[in-house]
Write a protein that binds this ligand. Structure first.
Ligand code: PLP
Length: 431
């Protein structure tokens, strides 16, 4: 559901002198803006401030009588698991609710797989001769790639198309190469492109033959409920499709309330097959004597049910949609005539991808930085931090105020034009 802005008919390279003047004027504004990381704004966090008073002084028992103040309950409260089962697409008994970070759950799954192996496998991933590899759809989420680096997992970039990763390439690689044990997927409103995987792609990922019997799909559905438009996009159920095609253990599904309630005090969730959940819980029990169940109870009291989750997300949308619209309108008005420049208009998620003139992304970041606007490093959405075309930038419009976002989008457009003009004229100007 990602779309690229239509190019103006008279697309051209920007004029060097005019671009330089615009950039000089930017420098004189002494800006201090941050569009680097996809964090919720204070306004969004405040939507959940009722959490601060919950569950209340005498409310610490879960529905089954569990005393949430105590140890145990590794899998999470049954009512918390029911709350998130629909988002993950598995029954509540196949849900684990944990601490505040889904990234931590992904880390732990990798750690357990590397140290001990996974169901269907033939031993720890760390013992595989020659090492293991993961497919990395690009542009993708930088922290997935950092996890691979941390665990010594080789990364194989795969182009992310309009409807998901390049299927032909994924199918061929996974079928032939036994060292490939996983693929990273952000299937809905992908970070950073806003891509939504089509049902056909999801079915193919669930059904394709794999050389490694313990091949896993790391299905990071971080933006499952994070719609920006009226249409609340639904995607196919990966877990059910994996079961239907005889690969019940293939899907490891992750989500969290980081961008629903509190980014630093929410709930991470993991959903998978019965065997994988048992595997996860066994290893998790070595790591902790149970999660923070008071926070789970607090979330259940506040969100109540899936309808409660969706209603809260509509309030987020009311705050976020104008911010995204502001960036896109600014790009349309200031970059619409710029040859080789395009951007995504996502229907959900937290990011806009700006494709600048090839060979100028790092320069745009540098120019923005010098003008007081922090952007995500160029190259971050690629394994090893290297964008082979040096053209993809991730713009995160959630956190600053609308006024600041307008200024930042203007600054990014000015820097994009200036870098494009420099490129065409073959010179880098010291401003
Ligand atoms: N997955 C994706 C795709 C993200 O974009 C982010 C945060 O930006 C995360 C995971 C982090 O999630 P959590 O806060 O649950 O660790």
């Amino acid at each position: 559901m990602q779309s690229v802005s239509p190019r103006a008919k008279s697309a051209a390279a920007p004029d060097l002198e005019a671009s330089l003047l615009a950039y000089r004027s930017l420098l004189s504004q002494d800006l201090k803006l941050n569009m680097a990381r996809g964090v919720p704004s204070a306004e969004q966090l405040s939507l959940s401030d009722a959490l601060l008073g919950l569950p209340g002084p005498d409310d610490y028992r879960a529905a089954d009588g569990t005393d949430c103040r105590n140890y145990m309950g590794q899998q999470g409260l049954p009512e918390a698991r029911r709350l998130f089962a629909g988002v993950l697409g598995v029954p509540p008994e196949n849900v684990v609710v944990e601490g505040n970070s889904s990234l931590a759950l992904m880390h732990d799954c990798l750690a357990y797989a590397c140290r001990a192996g996974v169901p269907d496998g033939d031993g720890p991933w760390q013992d595989v001769a020659g090492g293991i590899a993961f497919l990395c759809p690009v542009p993708g989420y930088d922290r997935h790639f950092k996890l691979c680096e941390a665990f010594g997992i080789r990364m194989i970039p795969v182009p992310l198309r309009e409807d998901g990763p390049d299927l032909e390439m994924v199918r061929a690689l996974v079928a032939q190469d036994r060292s490939i044990r996983g693929i990273w997927c952000v299937p809905k409103y992908s970070n950073p492109t806003g891509t939504v995987y089509s049902d056909e792609v999801i079915k193919a990922l669930a059904s394709m033959p794999a050389a490694a019997p313990d091949f896993r799909i790391f299905w990071d559905n971080a933006y499952a409920l994070h719609h920006l438009g009226e249409t609340e996009v639904e995607i196919a159920n990966l877990a059910e499709l994996c079961v239907a095609h005889g690969h019940a253990n293939r899907a490891l599904i992750f989500a969290s309330t980081s961008k629903i309630t509190y980014a630093g005090a929410g709930l991470g969730q993991f959903g998978s097959s019965t065997q994988n959940v048992a595997w996860y819980l066994r290893h998790a029990s070595f790591r902790s004597v149970g999660p923070d169940k008071i926070n789970q109870l607090r979330h259940v009291r506040f969100l109540k049910d899936e309808q409660g989750l969706k209603a809260l997300m509509r309030q987020h949308r009311a705050i976020l949609a104008p911010r995204f619209a502001c960036v896109i309108e600014t790009f349309e008005s200031l970059l619409g005539d710029c040859d080789q420049v395009s951007w995504t208009t996502p229907s959900g998620g937290y990011f806009i991808t700006l494709n600048v003139v090839p060979g100028t992304a790092r320069r745009v970041v540098e120019l923005c930085h010098n003008a007081g606007v922090m952007l995500t490093e160029a190259g971050a959405p690629f394994p090893g931090g290297v964008d082979p075309e040096d053209r993809t930038l991730r713009i995160a419009p959630s956190s600053p105020s609308l006024d600041q976002i307008g200024k930042a989008a203007h600054a990014i457009a000015v820097c994009t034009r200036f870098a494009a003009a420099e490129k065409v004229h073959g010179e880098v100007l010291l401003v």
